[in-house]
Structure formats: structure tokens, C-alpha cells
Design a protein around this ligand. Structure first.
Ligand SMILES: CC(C)(COP(=O)(O)OP(=O)(O)OC[C@H]1O[C@@H](n2cnc3c(N)ncnc32)[C@H](O)[C@@H]1OP(=O)(O)O)[C@@H](O)C(=O)NCCC(=O)NCCS
Length: 130
């Protein structure tokens, strides 16, 4: 689990890299639970978390990352800008908080050895293993 803190040490964002996978997919990891505090949105926190997540995934010898997100949501642009490839959508995949069905879009990323851009300076990103 990655945790982003601002200069004051307040937690402002988080994302999870799920590395435990079936025996025939040791090179794959899933990405889940991306969440940034409302007060700091649109300032690059999610982008910084994704960048650090790529670095850690490479360190863990993961070369294929997969995630899913609500179809048509704000996050689709975030992932596309971070170099993720849209795989496809499944209609009526999940429930929204109001109980309505929503589609889910799957994304993947093939990790090369490319270096990632530096984080924004005001963020500290730490990791915890669950
Ligand atoms: C989606 C979310 C994680 C984005 O976090 P953020 O820190 O504001 O994102 P960033 O500032 O790093 O934005 C990076 C890019 O994502 C896209 N993006 C982020 N928020 C967006 C929005 N509200 N609308 C459209 N695009 C958005 C943009 O492309 C943005 O880059 P740009 O500003 O240069 O165009 C945040 O809004 C959030 O926590 N939402 C609620 C939880 C959620 O939906 N989680 C996703 C689960 S899959």
C-alpha cells in the first residue's frame, strides 16, 4: 500500500499494488483502491502515486499491471495519461453506491525498464505491506 503525505505529514492519497497472484502469473500485479483527498485533487497526487507504483512494481519484478475502473469516470483520463492501455469494458459489472449497475473498464500496462519522472517535491510517498 502506498501512502502520500503532504509537507505537514497529513495523508492525502493512497493506492494499492497487489502482488500476490496465481502461480502462473508471478510477473503480474493488480492496482486497486486509488483515492486522493478532495482538498488536494487536480494537483498531481494520483499521478505521483502511479509513478511511484510503477517504480515499486519494477523493483518487485512485475512486468504486467492490470486495473479496472468505472467506465466513463474521471480516472479513465488519469490512467490513459499515465501510459495505461484500455483493454475493454464490461457492462453492468459493479454496483454504484446508490445501488445502480455500472460498467467497468479494464486497463493494462506493460512495464519496461524506462525510468519514471520525479515526484512533486511537496509529497512524501511511503509504502506498507499488508
Ligand atoms: C481520480 C482521483 C484519484 C484523481 O486524483 P488527483 O490527485 O486529483 O489526480 P491528478 O491531479 O494526479 O491528475 C492526473 C490526471 O488525471 C486526470 N484527472 C484527475 N482528476 C480528473 C477529473 N476530475 N476529471 C478529469 N480528469 C481528471 C487528468 O488527466 C489529470 O491530469 P491533468 O490535470 O494534467 O489533465 C481522485 O479524483 C479521487 O480520489 N477520486 C475518487 C476516488 C476514485 O474515483 N478512485 C478511482 C478508483 S479506480
Amino acid at each position: 500500500m502506498l501512502i502520500a503525505e503532504d509537507r505537514d505529514g497529513s495523508i492525502v492519497g493512497t493506492v494499492q499494488l497487489i502482488t500476490a497472484q496465481p502461480e502462473n502469473q508471478p510477473h503480474r500485479a493488480d492496482v486497486a483502491k486509488m483515492l486522493v483527498h478532495r482538498k488536494v485533487r487536480r494537483r498531481g497526487v494520483a499521478h505521483a502515486l502511479m509513478s511511484e507504483l510503477d517504480r515499486i512494481a519494477r523493483e518487485e519484478k512485475k512486468s504486467v499491471l492490470v486495473l479496472d475502473t468505472v467506465t466513463g469516470g474521471d480516472t479513465e483520463r488519469l490512467y490513459q495519461r499515465a501510459g495505461w492501455q484500455r483493454v475493454g469494458s464490461v457492462p453492468n459489472y459493479a454496483l454504484m453506491t446508490d445501488g445502480a449497475l455500472c460498467g467497468t473498464t479494464f486497463y493494462c500496462k506493460q512495464l519496461g525498464s524506462r525510468r519514471q519522472s520525479a515526484h512533486r517535491k511537496y509529497l512524501k510517498i511511503s509504502t506498507t505491506c499488508l
